[in-house]
Write a protein that binds this ligand. Structure first.
Ligand code: F6R
Ligand code: ZN
Length: 188
């Protein structure tokens, strides 16, 4: 029988206690995600392949739900802010919740028929991600962006579409402000 449990989440570091698994994504693993690959290669070579984000989860065998944190470092590649890979869920009937704990981000969402929506990720904002909307989080601040996500264990990830063609919009730094512009590399 599954037993209830309180899980401590540190909203500044993303630490989950107890956790059941974690992974990090470094810049070199996100080469397809960013526009300026020459700059990315330069950063990997000269800056020691920085961590872009870490995901820590709490997942109990036999449960319908699981949750965890994503902690994103601040940074950019040629002006394009650090971001996650972005994905649809394999299960088109399953959405997600992102609850921002600290930092400043942009949650970029795209429907199957190409509509773009943005939800600002600020401490206290709980974002509703409807089923079948691709979602990518982007750290547009100067500190870590930490958010808690909650999802059905069967939702799954479909990275293929977004990796191949990108999302329709990208978020870039223009004189210290984050602006959302058309993705010049978008391949319909
Ligand atoms: C799970 C979810 C998050 C992301 C995480 C990393 O459905 O949306 O846990 O998986 O923020 O982002 P991706 O998976 O897009 O690299
Ligand atoms: Zn998701």
């Amino acid at each position: 029988m599954l037993l209830p449990e309180g899980v401590l989440i540190n909203g500044l570091t993303g630490e989950v206690s107890p956790d059941t698994g974690k992974y990090t994504k470094r810049l070199s693993e996100l080469r397809e995600v960013f526009q300026d690959r020459a700059e990315l290669d330069r950063m990997v070579a000269t800056e020691g392949d920085p961590v872009v984000y870490e995901v820590i989860e709490y997942k109990k065998e036999g449960s319908d739900l699981f949750f965890g944190t994503t902690t994103m470092e601040a940074g950019n590649v040629g002006g394009e802010y650090f971001m996650t890979r972005g994905h649809f869920h394999q299960r088109r009937d399953m959405g997600e919740v992102y609850y921002t704990q600290s930092g400043h981000g942009v949650l970029l969402l795209e429907s199957r028929d190409g509509e773009t929506r943005v939800v600002r990720m600020e401490p206290g904002v709980c974002a509703f991600i409807p089923p079948d909307w691709a979602h990518r989080s982007i750290n547009v601040g100067t500190e870590k962006l930490v958010f808690v996500w909650v999802c059905n264990v069967e939702a799954g990830h479909d990275y293929g579409d977004i990796l191949k063609r990108g999302m329709r919009k990208v978020v870039v730094d223009r004189d210290g402000a984050d602006v959302i512009v058309d993705n010049p590399r978008y391949a319909a």
